[in-house]
Design a protein around this ligand. Sequence first.
Ligand code: UDP
Ligand code: MG
Length: 323
Amino acid sequence: MPGNKTNNALISVVIPSYNEEGNIDKIASYVVEQLTKPEYPFEIIFVDDGSTDSTLEKLIQLNRKDARIKFLSLSRNFGHQSALIAGLDFAAGDAVISMDADLQHPPELLPKLISKWEEDYDVVYTRRKEDQELPYLKRKTSKMFYKFINIFSDIKLEPGTSDFRLMDKKVVSVIKELPENNLFIRGLIKWVGFKQYCIEYIPQKRNDGESKYSYRKMISLAISGVTSTSIFPLRIASVMGFIISIAAFGYSLVVLYDYYFTNKNLSGWTTLIIAILFLGGAQLITLGIIGEYLGKLLIQSKGRPKYIIKKTYEETRNQEYPA
Ligand code: UDP
Ligand code: MG
């Protein structure tokens, strides 16, 4: 019989939700259904990431019906990663599972994640198989996302790993204690180590509504994925500078030769303009890279919280049922 990892171990499921009014009830009931199988006590923690639809009202109703379904509501939209961290901070479980609200992460996998945890894996992460059903552009941009991170950072992410995973509480406490904001949890999970197991799955179509990851959010996630895990891009700048200097030295020999020994010294407008444009571009890129890291440093030095909580299920309960 399952359920003997430790007696009365608690499972937490964290679900960041941004304008998911059409998915909340469904995902909650599916997760409850799946979690009654492994016979562990559980809690579901929805994190309302500043939704402007009726997500929060739905969550309040769910919590009234079933006290195991809890929620936090953030004061504005802080983004998926911050919402996830808020949920981790709040989760009391011996194992914490994170998943999306839109049913793309199949709840049927939950018992399997838990059973791998019972086999003593500390992180059970998932990897989505390439799925022809997903829109072409989503597949392509997702591929580019992993390529970009793998080229420009020190960690190697397997394509298709998402934030659908189980973490033992000792991994959660390591992640929670990291002081850095602008987190890229997928990268951190690779970085922390521990005993990890990968499960593959076929993603489902989003149940209701549209993807909440705009292209802008995706690009910013990719950049923070790189800058928060490595300083490799800074090194590219020095390497580029080095190569250009060598080339410039070689070419200046050619120019000097022309000047002293031939009559060609007025030609070369094309070379000149190419050199100016190329160097200008290279310098701007380098400045941009340095700026990116400097900006991160500035934001970090302000020491602002990663998220702000507006309301939790506890307050709502007290408000609705005064003692
Ligand atoms: N999400 C969030 N805050 C955001 C964007 C997304 O909490 O600013 C949540 C969203 O509600 C969903 C999960 O993060 O539960 C993944 O988002 P989505 O399904 O839109 O991303 P996709 O699957 O298209 O990559
Ligand atoms: Mg989705």
